[in-house]
Write a protein that binds this ligand. Structure first.
Ligand code: PBG
Length: 328
């Protein structure tokens, strides 16, 4: 497998699949795993095409750039322009709306969706001393921590995973990050606590990857074989239910919303929470619908379930208590 970094085009060739990715260590690690699966399933040769986004090179804050969508759009442009054949994203960073000409080709088996506390000296959230300094850039994570530990100080945090981890034991006592990213980077040893999904629901889609393909190519070989080999029905169903919730709430990726779906026997179950702007109010709702990976009737169930849970949260006052349209 080759990694192409310099920005010049990689010509399409028979037997070669060009996989677009962001250039961060995390993105390259996860796209490498995807590429290896494709090579194993299809016998194709794979090249990673690294697409630099404004979000990677700019020092502006994410809100000035227009949200995490900036990471996604450069990769989608490369796909639409034919500079790569597939694009690999962190599913939680994708905007909820459809994108003309692009289809969600596959959702591979989901990594650990939980949030992780990385505390100095192995400290868990309960063990942190009063007044401890905890870093996170996420309003959801901030609200979840304040609710459990009103006596700790939550501080804003940006930067890549290594930058954030580097602050632990320096100016911060702990940071909160996604388990998936830490595990994929081989930094799982930095985790002092993995928060239970039902108690601290993560961002919708966290831990899942989205493999995008040009809509016109989705049913054609060799893409079809590659995508079929990558796709994992339970991971797709849970991630899509969580995203449908976000879409119905008309919420941005920085809105203080946590969601976790799971397969429970022959049902798809979705639990979601919305946090108030002041960090004290919280709404929680859980619902389930019949779902089975082998049943054609189950198509559309994840979207239906996500919309139902969102409607219920709206009736409970979600739009009143939370800044749903907030950008990071
Ligand atoms: N918000 C940025 C982001 N987008 C995807 C991941 C990695 C986890 C994943 O793949 O869901 C992270 C880092 C984090 O939240 O700690």
């Amino acid at each position: 497998m080759r990694v192409h970094r310099d920005g010049t085009p990689v010509a399409p060739a028979p037997g070669l699949i060009r996989i677009g990715t962001r250039g961060s260590a995390l993105a390259v690690a996860q796209t490498t795993t995807v590429a290896e699966s494709i090579v194993a399933a299809t016998g194709l040769e794979a090249v990673l095409v690294i697409v630099t986004t404004r979000g990677d090179v700019s020092r502006e804050s994410l809100s000035q750039l227009g949200g995490t969508g900036v990471f996604v759009s450069a990769l989608r442009e490369a796909l639409l322009a034919g500079r790569c054949d597939l694009a690999v994203h962190s599913l939680k960073d994708l905007p909820t709306g459809p994108c003309d000409g692009i289809a969600l080709g596959a959702v591979p088996p989901r990594a650990d969706a939980r949030d992780a506390l990385c505390g100095r000296d192995g400290l868990t959230l309960a063990m942190l001393p009063a007044g401890a300094r905890v870093g996170t850039g996420s309003p959801r994570r901030a609200a979840q921590i304040r609710l459990r530990r009103p006596d700790v100080e939550v501080l804003d945090l940006r930067g890549n995973v290594d930058t954030r981890l580097g602050r632990v034991g320096a100016d911060l006592d702990a940071v909160v990050l996604a388990c998936a990213g830490l595990d994929r980077l081989g930094r799982g040893a930095a985790i002092s606590e993995r928060f239970p999904l039902d108690e601290v629901p993560p961002a919708p889609g966290q831990g899942a990857l989205a493999i995008e393909v040009r809509s016109a190519d989705a049913g054609c070989e060799p893409y079809r074989t590659a995508l079929d080999a990558l796709d994992h029905a339970p991971s797709r169903a849970t991630a899509l239910a969580e995203r449908a919730l976000l879409a119905t709430l008309e919420a941005g990726c920085a809105a203080p919303i946590g969601a976790t779906a799971r397969i429970d026997g022959e049902r798809l179950l979705l639990r979601a929470e919305v946090h108030g702007a002041d960090g004290r109010e919280q709404l929680v709702f859980t619902d389930a619908l019949p779902w089975s990976a082998t049943d054609a009737e189950s198509a559309g169930v994840p979207e239906l379930l996500g919309a139902r849970v969102a409607d219920q949260l709206l009736q409970m006052g979600a739009a009143r208590i939370a800044p749903l349209g907030a950008r990071p």
